[in-house]
Write a new protein. Structure first.
Length: 335
């Protein structure tokens, strides 16, 4: 069981991905067919185009993942596939492919929650995080602070009241004239700016572990409008100040949760976990308290299928199997 061989398939948004993972931690292959270039001219993901492209890419991507890993379908222990949350048409393509492969190869099918996948990416290492821990999920659609005592034992401590952190990055990117997807471009621009240059508000929320980013996003927009056409330095300063405000809020509340729960381990998950400034802010907050910080390699933070296989391994070892009647659930919650 420890050496399970799992094929992971992911198609919830704009990446068609397939990967083979051994023992829940060794990535034998990790293939991603990205559609980012196609959607860029629309400033975001167009669901119809995404579904069509997934359909074209899914089987070649799976084939490449198997051949790169040097395995055949017969070698697999299970097929793990994302069934939500995400775009319904996009999810259905990967899920249908996963079901067909599992049926044809007579392998168990395991449906994976995309967010569980993001979290499980932290376990794709020989030195995995130790439970209990506090996990900050920061993706394009979610900002959740979770207390975990095991791979599936989760307690939601807090979440965003409005925009997700990644969403705020994407919207701010647009307001300073950067394209889609915004997060990595804001990070790059912010490196050239002064994070103290623009005073920005950080919202106070009722719940001690809740976040709110829409006020911050609006403040950035208003600043950009009032200041008129921004020069390069002003844009960089605004990006840096925004990034400082977001990462500070995330780090403060994560530290508070870790101290309250008395954990010695914090992990980051989701696309925004690739952000260098967030990693640094978290390390700065946690290190003085001797709390260990882990996060996946940047390529495993954004959407990929190795994380789906990693989550699949956790479910597989817990004895979880799904029937071929498993349906896509676009608004699937984590807990
Ligand atoms: O987790 P993910 O790939 O998709 C969802 O499951 O939602 O996250 C995508 C989000 C986007 O909002 C993107 O702008 C953001 O993650 N992101 C980043 C960085 N890389 C991706 N945000 C800030 N800095 C980055 N380096
Ligand atoms: Zn994702």
């Amino acid at each position: 069981m420890a050496d399970s061989l799992i094929l992971g398939i992911e198609s919830s948004c704009d990446e068609t991905a397939a990967a083979v993972v051994a023992g829940g931690r060794r990535v034998l292959s990790n293939v991603i067919a990205s559609q980012v270039d196609l959607h860029r001219k629309y400033g975001g993901v167009v669901p119809e185009i995404a579904s069509r492209k997934h359909l074209e890419a899914v089987l070649p991507t799976v084939r490449e993942a198997l051949s790169t890993a040097g395995v055949t379908l017969a070698d697999l222990d299970a097929v793990a596939v994302t069934y939500g949350p995400g775009l319904v048409g996009a999810l259905l393509v990967g899920l249908s492919a996963g079901k067909a492969i599992a049926y044809a190869a007579r392998k168990p099918l395991i449906g994976v929650n995309h967010l569980h996948g993001h979290i499980a990416a932290n376990f794709l290492t020989d030195d995995p995080p130790a439970f209990p821990l506090v996990c900050l999920v920061v993706s394009g659609g979610h900002t959740d602070l979770i207390y975990m005592t095991g791979p599936q034992e989760m307690e939601l401590l807090g979440r965003t009241r409005d925009d997700a952190a990644g969403e705020a990055f994407d919207k701010v990117a647009r307001s300073v004239g950067l394209g889609y997807p915004g997060g990595p471009q804001v990070e790059r621009l912010a490196r050239l700016g002064d994070p103290e240059a623009v005073p920005l508000p950080v919202a106070h929320t009722e719940g001690p572990y809740d976040f709110s980013f829409s006020g911050l996003k609006t403040a950035v927009l208003q600043y950009a409008q009032k200041a008129g056409p921004l020069n390069d330095q002003q844009r960089a300063d605004l990006a840096a100040s925004f990034q400082r405000a977001v990462t500070r809020a995330l780090a403060e509340k994560t530290l508070k949760a870790a101290l309250e729960k008395g954990v010695r381990q914090v992990i980051l998950a989701g696309g925004v976990a690739a952000n260098g400034a967030l990693r640094q802010a978290m390390a700065d907050a946690l290190a003085p308290h001797g709390i260990r910080l882990s996060y996946p390699a940047p390529a495993l933070c954004t959407d990929n299928a190795a994380m789906i296989a990693a989550a699949g391994h956790q479910l597989y070892t817990a004895g979880i199997r799904h029937g071929l009647d498993l349906n896509a659930v676009p608004s699937l919650g984590l807990l």
